[in-house]
Write a protein that binds this ligand. Structure first.
Ligand code: MN
Length: 504
């Protein structure tokens, strides 16, 4: 069940086919071979900076994706992804050989690759293109991640400046997008491969610290797992897998910074992950764990009933385990596990039974792309981009569970305008997590916000301009005030129609 994307140094087409064979039909394999032939011939004579033949790169990208048991059309597009840009073979001929679907993906990747911008300009342009590509076809991003992950493993052969630029871009742009798409596995790889190039000193410090903690943890992890397995068996709960998961390096680093480098305040350096058949078993397993060990207060999280904004689902609990150790458990179903590892890519993933997971609604990804596009159009410098973009955003929810993505300290008024301009204009009050709050209250991630609308309200209050955080709200408020001033001015100079002025 647990899979890993270990990337071998050199990949052959036989390696890729061996992986694809595990889940695809025999007839699909022909397409993979054909794509390899086309790419291999097109790239022949080309070498990478590392000196290897170029074909090694598309093969590695395809290999990473095949390790995720992903749809064959995506593997084929990955094999061909650099062909139109770097060789004489055209998109038209790819379309003739492989059809419009594969050609469309390759076109999307080629578009992303054609970036001639420098500095901040390039950075923003990059982001914008990525969001456009993502909105058009999320599969393009999935291939782009695999492409970038392989490039990161071979950064060593590039000159230092370029190395830093690519690593930084992966850390600041690619990883957050992978995260937002729920692709935990890719996010982790992008971060951990970039980390040493971007923050070399912190990387060393973090690694030393983590290695020591892992060594210390080894014993009680095995011990704890043994006890849990026995108890689950006794209770008749069939688990598909129970294993220890080591926290990824960069994510450990982020926690360390938050906790002032006090490693003993980090409880999930190793988590124990239990994968069961269904949701009922998730809760039953949680009960069993709490029966054996005492849970830490405030550390029980039900992301099944309330998934994270990127769709992540699991039950988390931290317990006082054997020998006074503190351990986090993560309990989930097989489907939740795939979603957590692959995110949107789970749509194109085949599980061990050869079943494709049900397509989840990915409209939110398109909406997100639109929102980000709007933000980016108004951006002019890198610093603001970094501040505004992913870091300082909060995710709030409508009572129906829709995610509203806002900047930090946004108010219920920002929320209302984000839902609809009319909701904003008619906003009369707000309930946050079932409590009435004033309209200037800063919202927090995870808040459920209900806007109280007064249909008779004339329009927004000018005071709101001092507390709102989004340009969207600000411009709606200004426009609405301007419009109402005009209306009253017209009312003043134009005689009122008899009909409309009813006697009170
Ligand atoms: Mn490439």
């Amino acid at each position: 069940m647990p899979h890993s994307t270990a990337i071998p140094t050199t990949v052959t087409i036989e390696d890729v086919v061996a992986l694809v064979r595990k889940y695809a039909r025999r007839s699909d394999l022909d397409m993979v071979w054909l794509a390899y032939d086309v790419a291999n011939r097109a790239h022949s004579g080309q070498n990478r900076k590392s000196g290897e033949p170029y074909i090694v790169h598309p093969l590695a990208a395809a290999y990473i994706l095949a390790g995720m048991r992903i749809d064959v059309t995506i593997i084929v597009a990955a094999l061909l992804h650099d062909v139109p840009e770097d060789t004489a073979v055209t998109l038209e001929s790819i379309e003739n050989d492989f059809g419009p679907d594969v050609a469309g993906m390759v076109r999307g990747i080629t578009k992303l690759g054609k970036l001639k911008y420098r500095g901040a300009e390039r950075y923003i342009e990059n982001l914008r293109k990525m969001f456009v590509a993502m909105a058009e076809d999320v599969r393009v991003m999935i291939i782009k991640f695999a492409d970038r992950i392989h490039n990161l493993t071979t950064l060593g052969s590039l000159e230092e400046k370029k190395r830093y630029r690519i690593a930084l871009e992966s850390l600041e742009i690619y990883a957050p997008i992978a995260h937002r798409l729920g692709m935990g596995e890719f996010k982790g790889l992008l971060e951990d491969l970039s980390f040493p190039y971007v923050y070399p000193k912190d990387f060393e410090r973090t690694k030393t610290l983590r290695d020591k903690l892992f060594t210390d943890a080894g014993n009680y992890i095995d011990q704890t797992l043994k006890i849990v397995r026995a108890e689950l068996k006794e209770a008749g709960i069939h688990y598909l897998d129970a294993h220890g998961r080591k926290k990824q390096l960069y994510s450990f680093y982020q926690k360390l910074i938050k906790k002032n480098w006090e490693a003993d305040k980090i409880y999930d350096i190793v988590a124990l992950r239990i994968i069961v058949e269904d949701i009922a078993d998730c809760y039953a397993t949680l009960g069993i764990i709490h029966k054996i060990w005492r849970p830490l207060k405030g550390r029980i999280k039900d992301y099944i009933a309330q998934p994270k904004p990127n769709g992540y689902q699991s039950l988390h609990t931290t317990i006082f385990g054997p020998d006074g150790s503190v351990i986090e458990f993560q309990i989930r179903t097989r489907e939740m596990h795939y979603e957590a590892e692959f995110g949107v890519a789970a749509h194109w993933h085949y599980d061990e039974r050869g079943v494709k997971l049900p397509a989840k609604d990915i409209i939110w990804a398109k909406e997100l792309a639109q929102v980000q596009k709007d933000i980016l159009v108004n951006l002019s410098d890198l610093e603001r981009l970094k501040v505004d973009f992913f870091r300082n955003r909060i995710f709030t929810f409508t009572p129906k569970g829709d995610v509203i993505d806002l900047p930090e300290d946004a108010t219920p008024v920002d929320f209302a305008y984000n839902v609809h301009s009319e909701i904003g204009n008619k906003c009369a009050g707000a309930r946050v997590n079932d409590q009435m709050v004033s309209l200037d209250t800063p919202l927090q991630s995870g808040d459920v916000v209900e806007i109280i609308v007064d249909k008779n309200r004339r329009g927004p209050s000018q005071d709101w301009l001092f507390t709102v955080k989004t340009n969207q709200a600000r411009s709606h408020i200004k426009n609405s005030i301007k419009a109402s001033r005009l209306t009253s001015w017209f009312k003043f100079i134009l005689p009122q129609k008899k009909k409309s002025s009813k006697a009170v």
